[in-house]
Write a protein that binds this ligand. Sequence first.
Ligand SMILES: [Zn+2]
Length: 360
Amino acid sequence: MIDLLITDTVISGDERRMDVGISSGKIAFVTPCGERKTEASRVVQGKGGLLLPGLVEPHIHLEKAYLLDSMDREAESLQDAIQITSKLKSSFTKEDMYRRSLVVIREAIRNGVTHMRCHAEVDPVLGLRAVESALRLKQSLKHQLDLQVVAFPQEGVFKSPGTAGLMEEAIRMGADVIGGITYQDADLREHLDFAFALAGKYGKPLDFHADFSVDSNDRAVVEIARRTIAAGLQGHVAAGHVTSLGSLPAHEALAIGELLCLAGISVITLPMTDLFLNGREGPEGHHRGLTPVKLLQDCGVNVAIGVNNVRNPFTPFGKTDPIEVAWLLAITSYMGGKRDALILTNMLTHNAAQALGIEN
Ligand SMILES: [Zn+2]
């Protein structure tokens, strides 16, 4: 007798109809449909539907979701979105952040997400309230969702004095990951020195918002990759956006892709925000502002997809549905083939789990 039997289902990458038995929360067997006769406490008819692992949302902002009603104007660029949100932050209360975050997490769970990494902002205005809110959610929802909390210095570490100390305090409070941002502090090297030193001191993984532009001169990921290799942190560093790479000539992008592969850096593409904010200047259709997903995968880089923002100045759309974001990426990155469907489902599950260091 097993706990759960899912009959007549298709497993990603395999066209055969299969039965899947589950006992004590683990997969006990996978056999061709109808081949094995088993008693089960509960039977779910798969009806030929696709059976996926739980979706992994690798990059999301909880406390700044659902801000559309509070905005007095719409954002016209990335810096504009940062400024509008920065102004709104002073009115965020702990309860308000918790409430809006919970709406996002409930939507995500309804849409199949079982693991999530959120970037909780740390700065002198919010202090540690966003981190506290995220850690409270992590604890209260642990039976439904595994939540990783990134201490994220959205306003810059040195541009916003006082942030460095708060970042360290966030890690001591229980934040799981050290966040960084390559486009806020004036001195990139100083910013990376700080982030890598903190990672070394506390033995934590790193997750950067990196190269979020269509300017081919923005190549912070090269420096991040070099430092990752020097510090022996291969497999423990992720980079979100990396959109400037999409503006480089292919041979230059390939060289960087190979370096990222060597450094074991996961790249997380965030199509909703990237397509909404990037490439607004210059001739229409010049740059759409996405990281070159196929090129990176050809280099062997682990690439995942994230929701990033829900209904705020950075992305005034969305319902925390990773499959919807994969659909958007399929269209904008020309991923419409049968093999691409498998690649996209892997990006939402296995690749994102790898980016987050989730085992088993
Ligand atoms: Zn982000």
